[in-house]
Write a protein that binds this ligand. Structure first.
Ligand code: PLP
Length: 419
């Protein structure tokens, strides 16, 4: 028999394996200063393209004022207990009603965190004889929710409606035998590559198959649609999304999340969502802060306009310079380059140290071997000058990547890693 910790001593896991080369710089970097387009990294000023503060609310003076006042009034404890027991308030209810109106659904229910809330939502929606059909590139919170399911589940190819249809045929046969139903899960916007989930086409399939649709719109809420109500509004199908989910961790620049659906479904979920039944209620300062942020989403369309001015300038500038930004249909802006992991590390170091640009890198195993993905998140706080500086920096690093500079610089790391 082995000691439980043997495997941990042997292998720190797919990301932990990189710790000695990457920790503190590529992984667990410390960005300092107020959240905005310009922050400090290791004492240097950098333009930050890695924070999901899409609408620039994180450090907006009105938001900061309300957050501070709510904190003074309520502290961080209130209310104590789970919603069901002693943690329910009129302000929680008010926020739910306002969110429902904003996303055009009958009702909503608050979640303490998007991740746990999504896990619990999936868990509560399905019984053992139900079948889940979900996008293979789903966010970890969806995958973990599906893991709790005791019955059958199928993945469909990423954003591929033909593959979804095939899997719905299989699922329908099984559901007819088991007497269960089918839950389809997609994201509104896929956060890594920025494509919108094909919600309209998925919903078209409702004419042929019987299923319910759950959409995780973490990146769409506040950024897409005429009023900012998200990917469903953008694609004109909000009414046909059976359960809509969004987090406060992105456009709302806070913590918390919510689900929205018909009243009867929300009434069921509020009695069956284990992440909310057995956890302390969302803190009042977050509820008050969310009410303020929601009000700004509703009444300040210029925030979304500023955001999209930056998104359009960045994405069209990259395309004009011949960069591959993949298939994004949202603010998420990926730039794909070819190179090894050590080259990616040298390139990002150059970007940060010599060009003052801070963005996230994604490499294998998240994307195929030999590809480097620089993922940029534009926000309403960025300026056209930030975009120009960044485009020039990208042209410079591409040249150095192509002329082998990073290969030379990273030769020692490559050797140590056996790359
Ligand atoms: C698509 C998606 N769903 C869910 C979550 C989790 O939300 P939270 O940060 O509120 O736990 C995230 C990340 O924040 C996300 O990107």
């Amino acid at each position: 028999m082995n000691d439980l910790f043997d495997k941990i001593y042997r292998d720190r896991g797919p990301l932990g394996r990189w710790a000695s080369h990457a920790e503190g710089y590529f992984i667990f970097p410390k960005l300092e200063g107020q959240i905005s387009n310009r922050m400090k990294f290791q004492g240097k000023d950098v333009i930050t393209w890695s924070i999901n503060d899409y609408l620039g609310l994180a450090n907006h003076p009105e938001v900061r004022k309300v957050d501070a006042e709510a904190s003074k009034l309520y502290g961080s404890a209130y209310p104590m207990g789970a919603r069901m027991m002693s943690g329910h308030t009129s302000l929680h209810e008010r926020l739910q009603n306002e969110l429902a109106e904003f996303v055009n659904k009958e009702a909503t229910y608050l979640l303490n965190f998007g991740y746990q809330g999504m896990v619990s939502t999936i868990d509560a929606l399905v019984a053992k004889n139900d079948i889940i059909v979900y996008d293979v590139d789903s966010h970890a919170c969806i995958i973990d929710g599906v893991r709790l399911h005791m019955g059958k589940r199928f993945t469909y190819k990423h954003n591929d409606v033909v593959s979804l249809e095939k899997n719905l045929e299989r699922a329908t046969k099984l559901a007819e035998q088991s007497g269960g139903g089918i839950l389809v899960i997609s994201e509104g916007v896929f956060g890594m590559r920025g494509e919108q989930g094909r919600l309209k086409e998925i919903i078209e399939l409702k004419k042929k198959f019987k299923f319910r649709l759950l959409v995780d719109d973490a990146h769409g809420f506040g950024t897409l649609g005429k009023t900012g109500a998200g990917a469903g509004e953008e694609q004109g199908v909000q009414d046909d999304i059976d359960v809509y989910f969004a987090t406060f961790a992105k456009s709302m620049a806070s913590t918390g999340a919510f689900i929205a659906a018909d009243e009867e479904i929300i009434n069921y979920l509020k009695y069956n969502l284990r992440s909310q039944m057995f956890a302390k209620s969302l803190q009042m300062q977050l509820v008050v802060g969310a009410l303020k942020r929601l009000d700004m989403l509703r009444t300040m369309p210029e925030l979304k306009e500023n955001l999209w001015n930056i998104v359009n300038a960045l994405q069209s500038g990259l395309k004009e310079r011949g960069f591959d930004i993949g298939t994004t249909q949202s603010c998420v802006t990926p730039v794909y380059l070819k190179g090894s992991i050590p080259e990616a590390m040298a390139l990002v170091k150059d970007l940060r140290e010599n060009h003052g640009i801070f963005c996230s890198i994604v490499v294998y195993p998240v994307i195929p071997k030999g590809l480097i993905l620089l993922r940029m998140i534009p926000t309403a706080t960025h300026t056209l000058e930030d975009v120009e500086i960044t485009l020039n920096a990208f042209s410079a690093i591409r040249e150095r990547l192509q002329n082998g500079t990073y290969k030379r610089l990273s030769a020692a790391v490559s050797k140590a890693m056996g790359e």
